[in-house]
Design a binder for this molecule. Structure first.
Ligand SMILES: [Zn+2]
Length: 551
């Protein structure tokens, strides 16, 4: 067995990697293509970071792991997902069971950190740098430049605000922030890999997602970010030449040409009732004022960062954007998910605030499906929605609390949540005709790219084929590859399949029912160790080599 490293690169786009490799850029990725396996990695549907990363680390589809987006779907109130909300074990839980050690850095949705045999620094959706975001706890105090390295914690929504400001006023500063942040995550990971024993390491470089949201129409800046990623992967590869490396991205990117606002469509048709009229929503007013604050150069960026990172601003963002406060649930039948591509119906039998009775559920679904199929681009009269799918078509019959409907959008069309009135601050036109445009042509936050259905896959190392292009591989198929490279049997009850063609020699694959062992979310008590020894015997790992880190 070899040690295994996953470098997750959020949003790395196969078309761009291919183009730049062919043009002679990205030497490390070129060598991956020559000396390893490479291909396009199918994301989840819709292609979003939280479900896709969760599928990568669990080997399960969203219907089984229960993560469909950043927000929970088992309630109408707005709550972010967390590691406790995930319904199935992740790679590091399985490895903990058999005493293998993991280093896990910056994987979205891993907060609060789990007690694993190893080290964990949580990723996106960590509430703030004041939270306990590491395991063991003392790692947090070691995130200093003279020790493990400074660690830049990404903060949902809060960071988007200063990014949007920088893209308007100082794109080069945004570029340097992105590169600084990526370097910080890479540095800390490399230091952990050098200082701790490990069998499996995973780090997610999240910043390429930011870069592509904002720089998709600035390929010169974007190339600099890809080159930085190439340099980081190269350093990891040369520091640990004995390990098997898998490079994966959770989805790709494409250019935004149109933005559909599903909540506008639902509002116009009377399915969604906001607490405030959309043209008088205090938060959108605040956003408009701050986005349009024209203080150029350093001072503006500085002011903006101080403002948006303050505890006061955090409170406003989180409470002001909370659906529980914006939506009048006593009169709302349906609203969109946070990524905008899912529609949730407020069923009375599922949610205590729900108002849609079971006997009108079907009728409501049909009406909403028809509504979205009829949405047209007001200028070109083209359709923007390709199809509206039922949850069981996308997630299967037994999916756990899926969004009720999924919008499949035409290429170049993206969707965003919540109501948007016209670009002017006062929105008088909406006041007069009381209906909101369903489609816009620009993003108020300055984003030029959004998620696309395919990410990348690269694999290289002992036992991995060289110069081979793999096809039909999806995010849920990554875990089986990691287990095969580690020489472990596959857990039953996962959706991913093992792509044996990745390996030079067909791996010997067995499956075991792991469910009785999984130590996920539990303290490793002495009583557990007997189970572990039993499991190790089954898996044929000798007892002495692996030990637990003291947590
Ligand atoms: Zn992503």
């Amino acid at each position: 067995m070899s040690r295994v490293v996953i470098v997750g690169i959020d949003g790395m786009t196969p078309e761009l990697v291919e183009r730049w490799m062919d043009e002679g850029y990205l030497p490390c990725f070129q060598s991956f293509r020559r000396r390893g396996v490479w291909g396009w990695l199918a994301s989840t549907n819709p292609p979003f970071s939280a479900p896709a990363w969760t599928s990568i680390v669990t080997g399960c589809d969203p219907g089984r792991h229960g993560v469909y987006g950043f927000e929970r779907t088992d309630t109408l109130e707005q709550h972010l997902i967390s590691s406790r909300y995930r319904r199935v074990p992740a790679i590091w839980n399985f490895l903990t069971d058999i005493g293998l050690r993991s280093i896990v850095v910056n994987v979205p949705g891993t907060y609060p950190p789990e007690r694993i045999n190893g080290v964990m620094i949580t990723g996106l959706l960590t509430p703030s740098s004041n939270s306990d975001f590491t395991y063991p706890r003392n790692i947090r105090d070691r995130l200093r430049s003279e020790d493990l390295g400074e660690y830049e914690l990404e903060q949902l929504w809060v960071d988007d605000f200063s990014r949007s400001y920088m893209i308007r006023h100082d794109p080069n500063r945004l570029l340097s922030r992105i590169i600084r942040s990526m370097s910080s995550h890479a540095r800390v990971t490399l230091n952990l890999m050098k200082q701790f024993n490990w069998d499996f390491t995973m780090v997610v470089l999240r910043e390429l997602d930011t870069a592509q949201h904002f720089f998709f129409n600035r390929k010169d800046l974007l190339l600099s970010c890809y080159e930085k990623v190439d340099e980081i992967v190269d350093e990891m590869l040369s520091s640990f030449p004995d390990a098997v490396f898998f490079i994966v991205s959770d989805h790709g990117f494409e250019e935004i040409k149109k933005i559909l606002y599903p909540d506008n469509v639902l509002y116009n048709a009377g399915f969604l009732k906001p607490v405030h009229p959309p043209y008088r929503n205090p938060l959108s007013l605040l956003f408009s004022i701050l986005f349009n604050m024209h203080i150029h150069g350093r001072l503006g960026v500085l002011l903006n960062e101080i403002l948006s990172r303050s505890d006061f601003a955090r409170k406003i963002f989180f409470s002001g954007s909370s659906k529980s406060r914006l939506i009048d649930f006593s009169k709302t039948m349906a609203f969109s998910t946070a990524d905008g591509r899912g529609i949730r119906i407020c069923s009375r039998d599922k949610y205590h605030m729900g108002i849609v009775d079971p006997d009108v559920y079907e009728k409501t679904c049909l009406e909403i499906i028809r509504l979205f199929k009829d949405v047209r681009d007001p200028i070109s009269d083209e359709e923007v929605v390709d199809d509206v799918l039922r949850c069981d078509q996308v997630y299967g019959k037994d999916a756990w609390h899926p969004p009720d409907l999924i919008l499949r959008l035409k290429r170049g069309v993206t969707a965003m949540e919540w109501l948007r009135s016209s670009d002017s601050l006062n929105g008088y036109s909406e006041f007069i005709n009381r209906s909101l445009p369903p489609v816009f042509y620009n993003d108020p936050a300055g984003r030029s790219g959004d998620h696309a259905p395919f990410g990348v896959f690269f694999g290289q190392g002992k036992g991995i084929r060289s110069g081979y292009e793999i096809r039909n591989i999806g995010v849920e198929d990554v875990l089986p590859l990691v287990f095969a490279a580690l020489g472990l049997p596959l857990p039953e009850n996962i959706d991913g399949r093992l792509h044996e063609d990745v390996f030079v020699e067909k791996p010997r694959v067995t499956r075991i029912d792991w469910s009785q062992y999984v130590s996920s979310k539990k303290v490793l008590l002495d009583a557990e160790k007997e189970k572990i020894l039993d499991l190790r015997k089954k898996i044929n790992l000798n007892g002495e080599k692996y030990q637990y880190n003291k947590g």
